[in-house]
Design a protein around this ligand. Structure first.
Ligand code: AMP
Length: 279
């Protein structure tokens, strides 16, 4: 496994690769969710490149950039075990040198949900992912369904800018009790860890109501919200949404594939999760 720390070296190494390249961009502090992306990339491509880059441009001034969990040694050991060919770990200075001034702004689908609560977040994500795509030049790039809006934004960017790669969505990997795996789960104390299950419980409730034939999105949102409000450690609900899976516009009636998503602050971290209905 080659560990590459500069953009110039990564471009050179890419040049030497023959056959398809599967790319998995991450912010590190890896878990089984990330490894699932890596395994699928490995099964579908001759070469696999994983990037680890905590992208400062996607964190707001009051967010957790400085304290975002990091453990490079552990990450590299995990990736070596998965027989990854190249790990790319650029520095923030290499990615955004002094005078850096070009940004990728995907409109509309970034306005709501995470985009509304975290202004500038998706501009940072789209810019970094675009740069990584230019550097790694992948055949296929793998993203988790866990970050449903990110996936919509990246797919839109790739289509709108005619980028020559395929974006592959990977289903959310969960803990045995249903909690979606996330690097930020490490912030949860044991009590909060129990409370964090309320996100999955709310999504399961939506799925049950839908299975019974309920299509009134407002009613399902209300049932989900009141379930979460009954959880004492759920400090704040940022949103409970049922939206068109492609445009992310809020639905009154679930008459097409819909993404049910939510963001809830539990203790220190803000957790997000989602499921798709009717796909
Ligand atoms: P992150 O390191 O949080 O930026 O995530 C890197 C990639 O892993 C993104 O495409 C995420 O959507 C994906 N990912 C994170 N958690 C999970 C999970 N529990 N299941 C599947 N994919 C995930």
């Amino acid at each position: 496994m080659k560990v590459i720390n500069t953009i110039a070296e990564m471009k050179e190494a890419r040049h030497k690769l023959r056959g398809s390249v599967g790319f998995v961009p991450t912010m590190g502090y890896l878990h089984e969710g990330h490894l699932e992306l890596v395994r699928i990339a490995r099964a579908e491509n001759r070469n696999v490149v994983v990037s680890i880059f905590v992208n400062p441009a996607q964190f707001g001034p009051k967010e957790d950039y400085a304290s975002y969990p990091r453990d490079t040694e552990r990450d590299l050991a995990m990736l070596k075990k998965e027989r990854v060919g190249i790990v790319f770990m650029p520095s923030a200075e290499d990615m955004y040198p002094p005078g850096y001034s070009t940004w990728v702004d995907v409109e509309k689908v970034t306005e709501r949900l995470e985009g509304a609560v975290r202004p500038g977040h998706f501009r940072g994500v789209a810019t970094a992912v675009n740069k990584l795509f230019n550097i790694v030049d992948p055949t296929r790039a793998y993203f988790g369904q866990k970050d449903a809006q990110q996936l919509v934004v990246i797919k839109k960017m790739v289509a709108d800018l005619n980028m020559n790669l395929e974006v592959i969505a990977v289903p959310t990997v969960r803990e045995p009790d249903g909690l979606a795996m996330s690097s930020r789960n490490v912030y949860l104390n044991p009590e909060e860890r129990k409370s964090a299950l309320v996100l999955y419980k709310a999504l399961t409730l939506a799925q049950k109501l839908w299975n019974k034939g309920e299509t009134n999105a407002g009613l399902i949102r209300k049932e989900m919200s009141s379930l979460i409000q009954r959880e004492p450690r759920a400090a704040r609900i940022d949103y409970v949404s049922i939206a068109d899976a492609e445009t992310l516009e809020e639905l009154a009636r679930i008459d097409r594939p819909a993404v049910v998503s939510l963001a809830v602050k539990i203790g220190k971290p803000r957790l997000i999760d989602n499921i798709i209905l009717g796909a």
